[in-house]
Design a protein around this ligand. Structure first.
Ligand code: 5BU
Length: 263
């Protein structure tokens, strides 16, 4: 079996055995246990609204994705509440921070400042453009934390005209291969050709997360591109990230169930 076939055919249990990454193993276990590969992205600016949506969808997700720096009324209670909910409803937290600097700067951005991301986010993501230093900088922080921490590399992006294609994607996968203890996998494109390419070169011990998923439209605002859950999973992705398709719906809970079933 080639990598693509392994991704499609092996069970989560079998896939979990192909990695030593602690967070990746935890994710495979959790997806199997909760019977969901849905990660919801709640991109709202008000804390009360954020928690109201999260409360509705919690039973259907294995992970919530945040953009912590868009919350207008952020204070440390936000994190306390988020952690309590994550424990109660058994989901993980992914801060979509997209780190992009040299090692010693990302080390500080990950550990310090107002948000202290490393203290609460199980998963973060990073651009591969700085090279291995970015992973080393994040990992210095992660190694000090008791709970499993992981990182996704942006091998691709979902926006039309992205420069993260072809050789850039291949080199990102090579970088990940050198840093398997901290890198859990990749952000993959929602577009068929690109995603299939990534799914065929990425070792099946790596997870592929795909945003740009929506059942109602193919074009989002400001050059976002969408495809359906069924398409991205058949094209080799493991996890769908759904934002406005759920959070802007009249009934987020019903939509979350729908996306969960589709994926
Ligand atoms: P949407 O409302 O489903 O379009 O939200 C998608 C979310 O995923 C949003 O938070 C983006 O920042 C995030 N995203 C993305 O859309 N495309 C990418 O390539 C990456 C992240 Br990386």
């Amino acid at each position: 079996m080639n990598n693509f076939e392994k991704r499609i055919k092996l069970s989560y249990k079998q896939r979990a055995e192909l990695t030593e990454n602690k967070l990746t193993k935890k994710i495979f276990r959790l997806m199997e246990e909760k019977e969901t590969n849905l990660c919801v992205s709640i991109d709202v600016t008000n804390a009360a609204k954020f928690f109201s949506i999260l409360n509705e969808v919690a039973e259907h997700i294995f992970m919530v994705k945040t953009h912590i720096d868009i919350i207008d009324d952020f204070n440390p209670d936000f994190i306390k509440k988020l952690k309590i909910m994550a424990k109660k409803h058994n989901f993980l937290i992914f801060e979509d921070r997209k780190f992009a600097d040299i090692g010693k700067t990302v080390q500080l951005q990950y550990s310090s400042g107002i948000y202290k991301i490393a203290s609460w986010a199980d998963m973060v993501n990073a651009h591969s453009v700085p090279g291995e230093g970015i992973i080393q900088g994040l990992q210095v922080v992660a190694d000090e934390i008791e709970n499993a921490r992981g990182c996704l590399l942006l091998a691709q992006m979902t926006s039309k005209g992205t420069l993260a294609t072809g050789d850039y994607t291949k080199k990102t996968v090579e970088l990940a291969n050198r840093c398997k203890s901290f890198v859990s996998g990749f952000i993959g494109s929602s577009q068929e050709k690109e995603l299939k390419m990534l799914a065929s070169i990425a070792d099946p011990g790596f997870l592929i997360f795909t945003p740009g998923v929506n059942l109602d439209t193919t074009k989002g605002k400001l050059l976002q591109q969408y495809t359906t859950p069924e398409q991205v999973i058949n094209h080799g992705s493991d996890i769908i990230i759904v934002g406005s398709g759920i959070s802007k719906a009249e009934k987020p809970k019903e939509k979350a169930l729908l996306y969960r079933k589709e994926a």
